[in-house]
Every structure is written in C-alpha cells, then in structure tokens.
Design a protein around this ligand. Structure first.
Ligand code: NAD
Length: 340
C-alpha cells in the first residue's frame, strides 16, 4: 500500500462503472483512479473525461498489469467476472467485483480459490446491505426488536426492463435481478435458506420471453430457522422503482417503504396524491453504492475482512440456481440439491 490512498483501476465503463467511478473520483479522498478500460473506447473516454481519470487503456489485462494499480473494480458483464478475478488475484490486486461472481458454481469456486491462494481481498457488489433502511431492518431483527422473525416479504421491482441485449447476457432474472434479493434475504434474517419454490412468467414484456427470460417471478423461501419468506420481482413497475421489505416477528413487525424525491402530499377535491418514488437504482441507492466502496477501501487500508466476502457472493448464486431449477421442474428445491 502506498500511504493511505488506494489506487484503483476500473474495468468497464457502463451503467455501474459510472456509478463507482463517480464515487471514487468525487466522494472518496482515500481513493484515486489510475486508469480505466472498456472495450467500448468511447464509453471509457467519456467516463475518464468526466472523472478526471489520467489514463485510458484498451484492455482489462492492461489495467490488471499496471503496477500503479493496487485494487481493481470489475464492472464488466457477469460472464467476464470470474476470469478477471483470477487474473487480478494472480497479479496480487485487491478486488471489488460487481454481482454476481459468475453464472456457475464451478467458475465461482475457481475464482474464490485464486483469491484464497493469492491472499488478496475480494468484495462483491451487494450494495443494498449498505442502504440505511435495510441496515435498520437488519438491526431490528438482530436486536430482537420484533422478537423471532416469522414472515419476510421482499418486493423488488424495476421501473422498466433493461435493453434486450443486456437481458441476453444477464443470466436471467434469478441470477441478474433476484440475486440482490437473495442476498438481502439472508442478510436481513441472519440465517440461511434451505428450500426454494418458484413460480414466474412473461406477462408485461413479451420481448423478454422471446430472449429466453421471465419478466415476473415469485419465490417462497424456507429458512433453516423456520422463517418463511417471499421475494417478488418484476422487470416493470410503471410507477417507479419499487423496493420494499416487511418482516413480521413474534413481537411486532418492521417495514421499509419506497423513497421519494420529496415528501409533498397534494390534496384536492378529487384525490390525495404524491410524486412517484425515486426512479431507479442510481437514484435510490447512491448512498449505498458510495458506502460499499468506502468500506472496501477501509478494509484494504486497515487490513480487515471485506464486509461482503466471496463466500457471501457464492450463496445467492446457489439460491438463484435452486430458484431456476424449481421453476423448470415445478417443485420445491433444496439448496443442497444444487450445492453440497
Ligand atoms: N450492484 C448493482 O446494483 C448493479 C447494477 C447494475 C449492474 N450491475 C452489475 O454490473 C455488471 C455490469 O452491468 P452494467 O449494467 O454496468 O452493464 P453495461 O452493459 O452498462 O456496462 C458494461 C460495460 O463493460 C464493457 N465491457 C464488456 N466486456 C469488457 C471487457 N472484457 N473489458 C472491458 N470492458 C468490457 C462494455 O463495453 C460496457 O461498457 C453486471 O455484472 C451487472 O450484474 C450491478
């Protein structure tokens, strides 16, 4: 480490690459971006100019090979993550990688083995754990404020689907979208899920079905401690980003609602209404995106474990694979069937 500043290389200058680059450039004095790469030169160029990044390179390999780079931020499509983690680990870089680690457990295990062998740190981008609402829900469960958790409901709906080209490489609704909610479920309850039952369909966006994916999915989770949960995902909620959680316990319930750009309520002779919730993940979760990277930097500088480890990155993929199997086979699936 060079002093108290961590020097980053960013790989991928798309939607999430921009979010993280802006955090590092404008919100984190302990971080400095050394270089950025994107196969789309123009995307890298635009982001480099916006964030004052001094060096733009053509490939991920050049970022990883740059001796000034101490930590890499992997923001490329999911299919590339595991191989980039292996390369970065072999080069001795600290690693922050977007979710999910990979589509298959074989790839994940290969990546985690490389990280363990190199002794570098790895954090996976499950940003919602850093959201102040969800942190408070977790705190209430952990402190026993609502007694023993009995029922948990996670509602997680996007305002509009991503592009069909994104859908095609995303891994599908369970590995791409519900993966956040799988992580949230085990984070909030503080226990592991043992069985999943899924139903889903293509209802609002036929194009998503033509691309081989679902646009609606609901899973029922049974935790080892007996808690029963549901997760409800939709790729389209026309009124905005719908991100809510409710947990019923033996001594009460805790609920977190959507966030709004303002708290104004307009009351007229005809109706009482307010504005739509914050539009999408960049608007709803900026604080959590900044905090997750800040805690990664802190973990590296202070040589502490990262707050979302590689093992935390693996379990939601097991859950997603079980959910997909349940959908395909129309039956409840135990996680042990997917990963021993
Ligand atoms: N944590 C979150 O809330 C969140 C939100 C969005 C996306 N993501 C994850 O981030 C990843 C990227 O998603 P996105 O929405 O930013 O996608 P995106 O398509 O907007 O951006 C990906 C970028 O990577 C570039 N790229 C592709 N292959 C590359 C390579 N080999 N080397 C360098 N650049 C390469 C593309 O040109 C593109 O600019 C996905 O794994 C996704 O699951 C996480």
């Amino acid at each position: 480490m060079s002093g108290k500043k961590l020097h980053f290389g960013i790989i991928g200058a798309g939607r999430i690459g921009k979010v993280h680059a802006e955090t590092l450039a404008f919100r984190l004095p302990e971080a400095e971006i050394v270089c950025i790469a994107d196969v789309n030169r123009e995307a890298a160029q635009t982001l480099a100019a916006r964030c004052g990044i001094p060096k733009m390179v053509a490939t991920a390999e050049e970022v990883i090979g740059d001796s000034k780079v101490e930590a890499v931020l992997i923001c490329t499509p999911t299919g590339t993550h595991a191989d980039l983690i292996v390369q970065a680990a072999k080069a001795g870089k600290q690693i922050f990688c977007e979710k999910p680690i990979a589509f298959s457990l074989e790839k994940i295990d290969m990546a985690l083995a490389a990280v363990a062998k190199a002794g570098v740190k790895l954090q996976i981008g499950f940003n919602r754990r850093f959201d102040s609402n969800f942190r408070r829900v977790r705190q209430a469960v952990a402190k026993g404020e609502i007694g023993q958790p009995c029922l948990m409901h996670i509602i997680s709906r996007d305002p509009a689907p991503p592009s069909i080209s994104y859908i095609r490489t995303s891994g599908g609704i369970f590995l791409d979208m519900m993966i956040h909610d799988f992580d949230m479920a085990r984070f909030l309850i503080g226990d592991e899920v043992e069985e999943i039952y899924t139903t889903g369909g293509v209802i609002a966006e036929p194009e998503i079905g033509e691309a081989g994916d679902l646009d609606m999915a609901v899973v029922v989770l049974r935790f080892k401690n007996g808690t029963i949960g549901t997760i409800d995902n939709s790729r389209k909620a026309v009124f905005g980003y719908d991100q809510r959680v409710e947990i019923l316990g033996t001594k009460g319930k805790i609920a977190s609602e959507n966030r709004f750009p303002n708290e104004v309520v307009v009351s007229t002779g005809e109706a009482i209404y307010c504005d739509r919730p914050l539009e999408f993940f960049m608007d709803r979760y900026p604080e959590s995106f900044a905090l997750e990277v800040a805690e990664f930097v802190q973990a590296v500088i202070e040589n502490k474990p990262t707050p979302v480890t590689g093992a935390d990155g693996r379990v939601p993929v097991v859950m997603a694979l079980a959910a997909k199997k349940s959908f395909d086979e129309h039956r409840p699936v135990k996680l042990a069937e997917v990963s021993a």
